[in-house]
Design a protein around this ligand. Structure first.
Ligand SMILES: [Zn+2]
Length: 239
């Protein structure tokens, strides 16, 4: 069976969803998305983006897989410990979906490398755990006018928002000059596999909606997800 035929069979149920169809599946095949940060949220987002039929994924992460990451990492298993996260996840995705073009970059995005690492994509998905790099993504997004899907997760809570410069608020409008504190990291407060997977899946779903030209409630508002409720809270964002 040809890979093209396998692809259409693989995504048959996805294509049947209202608003997707074969036309939507074709749009997604031509879409290019970068996922920056391949921890819990980023790996879940990459997994669901690939499972939604995105044709090209670029995965960027400088870190290696640690045993303490495994409970929440999609696409990594015990045998992958000490291997670069981006490469491990890229290999898993291309093994399961041979039609997917996936590129792994073991690096950190900095101001000087943003153009090289983030160029040529339709959307930036943030799977990061620090605001220093998030501001680099935000600046690039404003400069290049590439939409930026912000996410974060800690303990049993998560956030997501879609920034579409110059139309709506950006990351610095809502979180000006934040410094990631070690007291509020996954190491100190922990993080559940449920929250990273939920936020990653929401990010992938919103990315797909954006790429299909559909409207998203995350454009112009910040979603706070608290799985302790569970509660879904939307805050309207202004520039
Ligand atoms: Zn702004």
């Amino acid at each position: 069976m040809s890979p093209i035929r396998e692809r259409s069979q693989y995504f048959a149920r996805h294509a049947s969803v209202h608003g997707v169809g074969n036309e939507g599946l074709e749009k997604l095949r031509n879409a290019r998305v970068v996922v920056v940060g391949c921890g819990g949220v980023g790996s879940a987002a990459a997994d669901y983006l690939a499972r939604s039929g995105i044709g090209y994924l670029r995965l960027i992460d400088q870190d290696i897989v640690d045993v303490s990451n495994l409970h929440r990492l999609h696409g990594a298993s015990v045998g992958d410990v000490y291997q670069p996260k981006a490469e491990v996840i890229a290999n898993t995705l291309s093994r399961n979906m041979p039609w997917l073009k996936v590129q792994a970059i073991v690096d950190t995005v900095r101001g000087a490398t943003a153009e090289d690492l983030l160029g040529g994509v339709d959307l930036i998905v943030d799977g990061l755990d620090n605001f220093r790099t998030r501001y680099v993504l935000n600046n690039y997004s404003i400069r290049a006018r590439v939409p930026y899907l912000f996410t974060s997760a800690i303990a049993n809570q998560g956030h997501a928002a879609l920034f579409q410069p110059p139309n709506n608020a950006c990351l610095e409008c809502i979180f000006p000059s934040l410094v990631s504190s070690p007291n509020e990291s996954c190491e100190s407060l922990g993080v559940t596999s449920s929250v990273v997977t939920t936020i990653g899946a929401i990010a992938a779903n919103e990315a797909v909606k954006f790429l299909l030209g559909q409207t998203s409630r995350l454009a112009g508002s910040l979603l706070t997800l608290d799985l302790d409720g569970p509660d879904f809270i939307f805050s309207t964002l202004s520039k």
